[in-house]
Every structure is written in C-alpha cells, then in structure tokens.
Design a protein around this ligand. Structure first.
Ligand SMILES: [Zn+2]
Ligand SMILES: [Zn+2]
Length: 389
C-alpha cells in the first residue's frame, strides 16, 4: 500500500496542476452563481428560477438554482447526483409511477406547491444563517437533504465546507486517513465533515491547497475516481512533465566528472540495488532513438508507460556491455550510458543466453570501444568476450 506522501507526490505530478487550471474557470462559474442567487435574496426566488425539470419547457430551465447546482459545470465542484429530485424539496416533473409533469414536493414543507416552495426557501435561508454562525449542530439538524445542504454550503462558503457530500464517502476518507474514531459512530455528517476539514487545515501540505483540490485528491487517490481531464490538458501537462524530467536527466548526465566516480565495492546482490541508474539507462536508450543497436530495423513495440519520458517511445532493453558485476575491475563507473546499449528483446536475450554471439558482441564492442576509452574504461574484446562465457 502506498503511503500518504507517495499519493500526494503522484497527485502533484499531474492532477494538481491539471485540476487547478480547470478550477480557474469553475471558480468564475461559482462566483456567477452566487451573484445570480445572492444569500440575501433567496427568499425572493421565483419557483421556476428554483426548480429542476423545466429545461425543455423554459429557455431559462438550465439556469435554475437546482439545475445549476446539480447538472451544470458546477457539478465538477462536487457532485450531488443520485437519489430523486425530491432532495431539492420541490421539483417539476414526473414520478416513477405518474407520468404527469407537475410540481412535486415533500409534504413536510407544505400542503401545496406554493406553500411547500416557501417552506423550502425558509429552510435554505435558515441553513445559510446557521452556517454563517458556525453552528454545525444547526446544519446537521436542518431539514434539507444532506447532499443538497453540502452542495449549497460549499458553493456559498467554499473554504469553510468540503465539497464531499455523501456520508459514506466522508466516513471512508476518515478511515483512509486514520482519523475515524469510535465516537464517530454516533456523530452526524457535518460534525464528521468538519473533523476532516480540521485535519486538512492542520496538515503540512493539504493546508496549502483549497478545498476543491483536496476533494479531487480524496476521490482520485482513495476511491480511484480521477477527474476526466480533456485531451488538451492531458497533453499540455504531459509535455510539461516530460520537459521537467528531461531537464533533470540532462542536468544529471551533463556532469561527466560525477558520472565516472566508481561505486564502492559491492557484492552481487547489493549491486542490483545500488547500481543501474534510471537516468543513464534512459540516456542510453534515447541516444539509440529507442531502436536496437545491432540492427535498427529489428521489430519492437510501443511502450506502455506512465513515465512521461517513455510515453509513445519504442520498447528496447538496456544492456551493460561490460556486465556490472565486473565493475571492480575498473576504476571508472561502468553503470553509465557509454557502457549501456539499447537492444530489442530478441538480441538482448541472445547475448545473455545464446550459443554463438561473437558477431553481435564484436559489433557492439566496436560501437563503444573508443567512447569507453574516452571516459577511462580501457578494455579489450577478448576480455569482454570472457565475461560472456
Ligand atoms: Zn543484459
Ligand atoms: Zn535486435
């Protein structure tokens, strides 16, 4: 299982940047919603500016309070889909058993649609009041459905309420973060939600993120529900990552005096851990243009890789011409791209397991002889040939 820090690193490498780009646009839409439905005017909203279900009847049907919160791009700021439209207290449309389009409402809000709608608005106003005075119990006791309450609060107060609306998800995240306590079994949703928020605000890294980004992290890394980025964003961040990584590799391999420092004498098992630098390996495959150095027409395939520098590159395998178990015979580091060749799987296996390999070995030796000498590795073909006996 990955540690929290590993998950954060993964998230930072891609989602953090990608989602922040999208967030700039979404934040403008959120602000536009708050301007369209100011807290102080909620009591004055007309019924058709509130209900979901009139999008085929009214031109403004896709701009209603409930439609915007549930379906518009604002859904990307936290989703409350699921359940019936009765979660809004009142809606326009059908039920499972009745195909007549009409106002439908929870009778607990009123006896007819006009009084029910007034009841719903009063409850929303009350919700925003108790939220402004940080009365968590008041929020939990409010009569609106829990998902809808969550969405309204995180839309009007994005930094004070996490955009995670399902109690099941909140419990799951608390458990994943080792924050779930026995006493939480008797706690209500918003009480637990605020515990999660307190943790976020006290965390060294999460406290630097806004609630939206934190929500994306929780869903992407704990529930494997990543945000659906558009292709342009994926390519852009991919190119940025590739550039960052290439710059790091190029810097690492530019300094020849560091690269040739021989490693301490190591046993065979330790060698496997301490040598085989990823940068040198990559540099070697890249210089061969990800082709087989014995014959560039040898068949390979495209790599399946999440590492940006390998994406869409041909698959070849790095092979140390002077095998690294003989490193002690040299005063220069041999885990270095000058000693690494790029081979197709067939040729690579032939070198390791084949009977007659003199031709191939000679060809590779000729290819690298002078280059190896230039970094202080002087050897002969017969010496190299003996390593393969
Ligand atoms: Zn090999
Ligand atoms: Zn080959």
């Amino acid at each position: 299982m990955k540690s929290l820090n590993e998950l954060i690193d993964e998230f930072m490498a891609f989602d953090y940047r990608a989602y922040n780009l999208r967030l700039n646009e979404l934040e403008k839409l959120r602000q536009a919603f708050v301007v369209r439905f100011p807290i102080l005017s909620i009591a004055d909203i007309e019924i058709d500016d509130y209900v979901i279900g009139k999008r085929y009847i009214l031109p403004s049907g896709r701009e209603s309070f409930c439609y915007l919160l549930e379906r518009s791009p604002l859904e990307e700021l936290g989703s409350m889909r699921g359940g019936t439209a009765l979660k809004f207290g009142i809606y326009y449309g059908q039920t499972k058993n009745d195909p007549t389009d009409m106002y439908r409402f929870k009778s607990s809000f009123g006896a007819d649609h006009v009084s029910a709608f007034d009841g719903v608005k009063r409850v929303i106003v009350k919700l925003l009041q108790v939220a402004s005075s940080k009365n968590v119990t008041g929020i939990d006791n409010n009569a609106l459905s829990p998902m809808f309450k969550g969405k309204i609060l995180s839309t009007y107060f994005p930094e004070e309420f996490l955009p995670v609306f399902s109690e099941e998800d909140i419990d799951y995240f608390l458990r994943k973060l080792n924050l779930f306590e026995y006493s939480f079994y008797s706690k209500k949703l918003f009480e637990k939600k605020q515990k999660l928020l307190e943790f976020k605000q006290s965390h060294e890294i999460f406290s630097e993120w806004n609630n939206q980004v934190f929500m994306r992290f929780l869903y992407a890394k704990f529930l494997n529900r990543p945000y659906n980025y558009d292709l342009k964003t994926i390519q852009m961040i991919g190119a940025e990552n590739e550039k960052l990584q290439l710059d790091a590799i190029n810097t690492a391999i530019a300094n020849i005096s560091d690269r040739i420092i021989p490693p301490p004498h190591l046993g065979k098992a330790e060698l496997a851990y301490f040598m085989r630098s990823a940068n040198e390996k990559f540099a070697a495959l890249r210089r061969a243009d990800f082709k087989c150095e014995l014959d560039p027409t040898h068949l390979t395939f495209t790599r399946r890789s999440r590492n940006p520098v390998y994406i869409n590159k041909q698959y070849t395998e790095p092979h140390h011409l002077i095998p690294i178990e003989y490193h002690a015979e040299y005063s220069t580091n041999i885990d270095i791209s000058e000693n690494i060749v790029s081979l197709c799987s067939h040729c690579h296996n032939k070198l390791h397991y084949g009977k007659d390999i003199d031709t191939e070995l000679k060809q590779l030796f000729k290819l690298r002889e002078s280059e190896l000498a230039s970094i202080g590795v002087t050897t002969t073909f017969s010496k190299v040939r003996n390593y393969y006996k």
